[in-house]
Design a protein around this ligand. Structure first.
Ligand code: COA
Length: 324
């Protein structure tokens, strides 16, 4: 079998529902402004015991169950995250152990909001290359912890949760060629404000918050990513009219709309809008958005979905997948 596909998708939403009203006063904003500029009505934030490890594990268990794959069949676990604060070892090793997997290869990747699509691309190539038969890809974040509640440009955006996918062999193409890249010249547009050393020597040590130049990110994402999306369709051998679902990273509802317009997606394409009630969960946002589409009856097995992930780095990755 020369091809690969996603066999199952799992999700875990952090349990605390945080409406805009809880955030806006501190940043001199309003529920109306946040909804209009970002599409976010409320977001999910983790409680103390909802950790990157526990949320990643919950999403992984669901993905395995839905895939009908036993944890012992997993040869490799890839976790995409920027909010696991133990720099080493990788949280992937813990999740693999918690699942009862048979000591698979396990490592974390740092590609920020583009992490899930990077993981899917790696997993697909590992299976096609014969290095693994089943790969578990997890995207998990606890961004509430590194969000600055006083930053007007980002306090309302970031959120917590996990998503996972099992990738395995297929007789037909189920994961298209990835279109990916990065632009280190724009490294400063979204980043951790301080590195760990700067945090530790600061007079008042605190978590290193995320910072973002929102308008510049907005322009880059809306236009550059639309071109990347069209390339991913082309590499799968289809056009916008052949697509069933559009599942971009849930960064901002207006970015989603701008990309869909720029790609001239027909109205028949169902568009992921999980951000409205989940917020932006970086590496977890695409599988969470897919899960929501299944729950709402907007995604069905066999649908062709365009995934586009983008964010800090500026890193991006896009591929067409056939939904399990
Ligand atoms: N509440 C109310 N007003 C705000 C505000 C807030 N939270 N933040 C900024 N403003 C004001 C500004 O002061 C400015 O006022 P002025 O025109 O009087 O100077 C005005 O709103 C516009 O500011 P700007 O920063 O240009 O806003 P914007 O339209 O670009 O929207 C974002 C801000 C953050 C919503 C938007 O830039 C964005 O979503 N960018 C993409 C971010 C993203 O998706 N990041 C994740 C990628 S992984």
């Amino acid at each position: 079998m020369n091809h690969t596909r996603i066999l199952g998708i799992g999700a875990y939403r952090a349990s605390r529902v945080v409406p805009n009203s809880e955030i806006v006063e501190r940043i001199d904003s309003s529920d109306e402004w946040v909804q209009q500029r970002s599409g976010i009505r409320e977001r999910r934030w983790a409680t103390e015991d909802e950790t990157v490890r526990s949320m990643g594990l919950a999403a992984s268990r669901q993905a395995l169950e839905r895939a009908g794959v036993d944890a012992r069949q997993i040869d490799c676990v890839i976790v995409a995250t920027v909010s696991h604060f133990m720099q080493t070892p990788a949280v992937a090793t813990l999740i693999a152990h918690d699942l009862g997997a048979d000591q698979p290869a396990a490592f974390d990747i740092s590609a920020a909001c583009a992490g899930f699509s990077h993981g899917i691309a790696l997993a697909s190539d590992l299976v096609r290359g014969g290095s693994a038969r089943h790969v578990l890809v997890v995207g998990v974040e606890r961004l509430s912890e590194i969000t600055d509640p006083d930053d007007r440009g980002s306090a309302f955006i970031f959120a917590d949760g996990a998503g996972a996918a099992v990738v395995g062999p297929s007789e037909t193409p189920g994961i298209g060629p990835v279109v990916w890249g990065s632009d280190g010249e724009q490294y400063d547009l979204i980043r951790q404000r301080e590195d760990w050393r700067e945090v530790i020597v600061a007079e008042q040590p605190r978590m290193p918050h995320l910072t973002m130049q929102g308008a510049a990110v907005f322009r880059w994402a809306s236009f550059t990513m639309a071109k990347v999306g069209l390339q991913a369709l082309d590499r799968f051998g289809i056009g916008p009219d052949d697509l069933d679902c559009f599942v971009p990273h849930q960064a901002n509802m207006r970015i989603t709309d701008a990309m869909a317009r720029a790609m001239k997606l027909p109205e028949t394409v169902r568009v992921a809008r999980d951000i409205a009630t989940q917020g932006n969960t970086s590496a977890a946002s695409i599988p969470l958005a897919l899960d929501r589409m299944y729950l709402d009856g907007e995604a069905r097995s066999g649908d062709r979905a365009l995934l586009i992930a983008f964010g800090a780095g500026l890193a991006y990755a896009a591929q067409v997948v056939v939904l399990p």
